[in-house]
Design a protein around this ligand. Structure first.
Ligand SMILES: *[C@@H]1O[C@H](CO)[C@@H](O)[C@H](O)[C@H]1NC(C)=O
Ligand SMILES: *[C@@H]1O[C@H](CO)[C@@H](O)[C@H](O)[C@H]1NC(C)=O
Ligand SMILES: *[C@@H]1O[C@H](CO)[C@@H](O)[C@H](O)[C@H]1NC(C)=O
Ligand SMILES: *[C@@H]1O[C@H](CO)[C@@H](O)[C@H](O)[C@H]1NC(C)=O
Length: 266
């Protein structure tokens, strides 16, 4: 152990940062520091410092953590993100291997860390960079009334991030600024059309492309005739007018009607 004298306290060197002993106490007590972890080093897959591991979708990858320069048996811990990984006995001392199987999209960006159990500051992390092409397929059918709005949505994750283009009936869609809107995040690609016209009818294709490949999805858009709005108010107004006209008619001709009625009864 290397000791450094500072103004009023002694601070242990690297790896013992949490262990501080005051000089006055030091005379009476033995410093209650555990055996030093200074000089101890870990390596993961032969990397002594944090690193990024690039991989495709694969059935399995293994990570091997080793302790170097130990003078005693050292227990190792593994973490996936902040959660501790359960290790079997016999896979904890001096060397510890974990296996990620299978490696899929949800492992992208996840960090695995190997730590020394008695000094968690001694650690090496590996961040997974799982590369995969856009995963997108299928088709859907949409019926929309003329003059209504419609949004076509493609959900597709990819690493590296993908770009999208939209086709209409297999031709690149010419965007009309006033009616077409594109929306794009790392996982969602959308095309919105406002006030759909008859000429918008057709098959739209979302093509999502990255350096690793592409995926497509078709949208069959059927633009239907505007449904006539049932003119309830106009009909009520007309009915009222007709009823009033008939009533006035009856009132105006009441003598005549009365006479006819009398004639019929007698
Ligand atoms: C082991 O310790 C020695 C001396 O403390 C140091 O020079 C060497 O770099 C260490 N080796 C590793 C692999 O940590
Ligand atoms: C771990 O390493 C230490 C120091 O090299 C050694 O004394 C101990 O026997 C090892 N333990 C196991 C289980 O390998
Ligand atoms: C990835 O694999 C894990 C199990 O290893 C599974 O729970 C998860 O659903 C999978 N994710 C995807 C996106 O396939
Ligand atoms: C509207 O588009 C659909 C989907 O592409 C197509 O099947 C249908 O024939 C089109 N209708 C008209 C009137 O163009």
């Amino acid at each position: 152990t290397v000791w450094k004298l500072t103004s009023d306290l002694r601070v242990a060197e690297k790896g013992m940062g949490k262990c501080q002993c005051f000089p006055a106490l030091l005379q009476m007590l033995k410093c209650p520091c555990p055996p030093s972890s200074a000089g101890l080093e870990l390596s993961v897959n032969n990397h002594a410092a944090d690193f990024t591991l690039s991989t495709g979708l694969s059935p399995a990858i293994s990570l091997s953590c080793l302790v170097h320069n130990s003078s005693q048996a050292e227990e190792l811990l593994w973490y996936r993100g902040t959660g501790q990984v359960d290790l079997k006995d016999g896979n904890k001392v001096n060397i510890s291997n974990i296996c990620i199987s299978p490696v899929n999209e949800s492992d992208n960006g996840v960090t695995f860390t190997c730590r020394l159990a008695r000094d968690k500051a001694v650690q090496v992390s590996v961040t997974l960079d799982v590369q995969f092409p856009p995963q997108l397929s299928g088709e859907e059918t949409l019926h929309v009334e003329e003059e209504k709005d419609v949004t076509l949505t493609c959900n597709s994750k990819a690493n590296p991030q993908a770009q999208s283009i939209w086709l209409k009936d297999n031709q690149i869609l010419t965007l009309q600024q006033s009616r077409h809107k594109l929306y794009q995040t790392s996982e969602v690609f959308q095309l919105s059309i406002t006030k759909v016209e008859k000429s918008d009818n057709g098959t739209y294709t979302c093509v999502v492309e990255s350096g690793l490949g592409n995926g497509t999805r078709d949208f069959h858009l059927f633009v239907e005739d505007k449904k006539p709005v049932f003119p309830t108010e106009a009909i009520i107004a007309a009915a009222v007018v007709v009823t009033i006209t008939i009533l006035f008619g009856i009132v105006a001709q009441k003598d005549k009607i009365f006479k006819v009625w009398k004639a019929l009864v007698s």
